[in-house]
Ligand binder design. Structure first.
Ligand code: UDP
Length: 304
């Protein structure tokens, strides 16, 4: 189907459908995926959902977003990077070029927010298969901005006993100092346990000299530049997750019931690190009639 046929079909089904939601994620791994998961939930309630993603992101990855349509927008950084005042730019790009009605919707939404001053909570925004399993084929996130070393990770965990290894990951953005790397390397060596440590290529030079050959071998560990984190956490092979407490990593660890050691670095991560045991509560929230499910239904009934 061509792009214009797809749009014509979308307009036709929008007329039939009760409404159409637009999600506008900040262009990073930790924002696009949860927003697309939210879009999948909206679509599963019989509404249309479209995600506006920047040209650069769409040119570097192929989003697999189920029933969520993807529109590309320009934030002025089509070749690399993203605009720091992204919300203003992307809203303007979308309202000027694609969806003139959006301005009015945003205004209505802001007026409504101001009048009720109530925030409603949704989530956790991890694929349905790990929670309520009510969205067919929702097994994975839509994008990976880095290439995961999936088969190497899977063969590495295959022979591990349950809950025996340590998974270490600091997400897509955090940068650690060489001193933090050295401390972490020392700590991992002292556990005498196998570990899988995600060290992004841009961070690799900070590993202590000799670490990959000595400690990694001694502990039966592995270093990768990106991993299928959610799948690994769900594998049951990891008894401990050393995390920077990014919001997604936190809800993944909590949702999948893996004990966490939090090393928060900045922004919301210190708050996230304070969350407690949550596995059952997060499933209940997403389930039919759970708090997130009720809030999404309420939101859609009001606007779509
Ligand atoms: N992630 C992944 N593989 C990795 C490291 C991270 O797939 O090797 C995913 C992780 O599952 C999470 C996201 O990247 O969904 C990181 O988001 P988070 O909010 O935890 O941190 P951020 O990257 O925004 O700092």
């Amino acid at each position: 189907m061509t792009e214009s046929e797809r749009k014509t079909e979308m307009v036709a089904s929008e007329k039939k459908s009760k409404g159409h939601a637009l999600v506008l994620p900040y262009p990073s791994q930790g924002h696009i995926n949860p927003m697309l998961q939210f879009g999948k939930r909206i679509a599963s309630h019989g509404r249309l959902a479209t995600a506006a993603i920047t040209r650069f992101i769409v040119s570097t990855t192929t989003p697999n977003a189920g029933h969520v349509a993807i529109e590309t927008i320009s934030d002025g950084f089509d070749d690399a990077g993203f605009a720091s005042n992204f919300l203003t730019n992307r809203t303007r790009a979308f309202t000027d070029n694609i969806y003139p009605a959006t301005n009015q919707i945003l205004l209505q939404e802001m007026n409504w927010l101001a009048s009720v001053r109530r925030a409603i909570t949704i989530g956790p925004t991890i694929p349905s298969v790990y929670l309520d399993n009510r969205i067919p084929d929702d097994h994975r996130y839509a994008i990976d901005l880095f290439r995961p070393e999936t088969s190497a990770c899977k063969s590495w965990i295959a022979s591990l006993p349950p809950a025996s290894a340590i998974f270490v990951s600091f997400g897509s953005m955090a940068t650690l100092s060489a001193a933090q790397f050295a401390e972490l390397a020392f700590g991992l060596a002292a556990t005498n346990r196998p570990f899988l440590w995600v060290v992004r290529s841009s961070e690799k030079a900070k590993l202590p000299p000799g670490f990959p050959d000595s400690t990694v071998k001694k502990n039966g560990g592995m270093l990768v530049s990106w991993a299928p984190q959610l799948e690994l956490l769900a594998s049951g092979k990891f008894g401990c997750f050393v995390t920077h407490c990014g919001w997604n990593s936190t809800i993944e660890g909590l949702g999948l019931g893996v004990a966490m050691v939090g090393l928060p670095q900045w922004t919301d991560q210190c708050t996230d690190a304070r969350l407690g045991e949550w596995k059952e509560a997060s499933r209940r929230a997403m389930d039919d009639g759970g708090s997130s499910d009720r809030n999404i239904t309420e939101l859609l009934d009001k606007f779509c």
